[in-house]
Design a binder for this molecule. Structure first.
Ligand SMILES: [Zn+2]
Ligand SMILES: [Zn+2]
Length: 261
């Protein structure tokens, strides 16, 4: 099997639909469940190893839906609930089935928070702190952690195998050095949390900003992810897709989207 990168979840913190919301985006997602979005996370499958990127609070349902029955590594991009809230779901898998620890890559600033939140899981993970500009090789896939601009220490991923894919799930734009490092990637998968007004500009991007970033770094293709769909100006998948007709190099992520690496 050639290496793959799969988006397990493509929604922002509240998910789409949000249980408390009846906007046009949430109504569309209730009517057409393939347009619903679980909280963001991804899986790198090298063919030999599986690296889970973030453990969303929807992790259990994501793994069941995608028929993923084993994991070898867990990589946390940053310590926000929508990216770590599913960690507890791995306890039974590791203790009862795998029976030896999974290596957990954490931002150094998250170690104390992890220990406080999951004291019962200290023996199921082998902790390692990732660093910016550090590269890891998993079979034929090289993963490099690059700085993102988010409210806390956050890593974006540059994945290199046959393809170069940049994954920046939570960012408000990129530091100049990061832009240089990902210049000309085949695919940029980018934070596009907001449609309409961006009321959290230190943390996230709008759909328009993500499209511009893809053009600026000359990405072959830009895929919009971490979509809230209803933070300021609710919109539907159908409406965004109509708008994207004028951007042939841009498309919307959806849960389960799989790319060859
Ligand atoms: Zn975040
Ligand atoms: Zn997030």
């Amino acid at each position: 099997m050639s290496p793959e990168f799969k988006l397990l979840g493509t929604g922002a913190g509240p998910g789409v639909p949000s249980f408390y919301c009846d906007c046009i985006a949430c109504r569309e997602a209730r009517k057409k469940p393939q347009r619903a979005r679980t909280r963001s996370g991804a899986l790198i499958d090298t063919g030999n190893e599986r690296i889970l990127v973030d453990a969303s609070p929807d992790l259990r349902s994501q793994l069941i839906k995608e028929q993923i029955d084993s994991l070898d590594y867990l990589f946390i991009t940053h310590w926000h609930y929508d990216h770590f809230g599913g960690i507890g779901d791995l306890e039974f898998y590791i203790k009862l089935k795998r029976k030896h620890p999974v290596k957990l890559f954490l931002p150094s600033s998250a170690v104390e928070d992890f220990q406080a939140a999951y004291p019962f899981m200290m023996d199921v993970f082998e902790l390692e702190c990732w660093d910016y500009e550090q590269s890891y090789t998993f079979s034929d896939v090289k993963l490099t952690v690059l700085p993102a601009n988010h409210s806390i220490q956050t890593g974006g991923l540059l994945l290199e195998a046959g393809q170069r894919i940049a994954y920046f799930t939570d960012t408000s734009g990129l530091p100049e050095l990061t832009e240089q490092r990902i210049k000309g990637v085949d695919t940029l998968i980018c934070d596009a949390t907001f449609h309409g007004e961006n009321w959290y500009p230190d943390s996230h991007m709008t759909i328009e900003e993500a499209i511009q970033l893809g053009e600026k770094i000359k990405a072959g293709h830009t895929i919009l992810t971490h979509l809230a769909m209803h933070y300021s100006a609710p919109t539907t998948v159908q409406q965004i897709e109509e708008k994207l007709h004028s951007y042939p190099k841009v498309s919307l992520a959806f849960d389960g989207l799989t790319l060859k690496l």
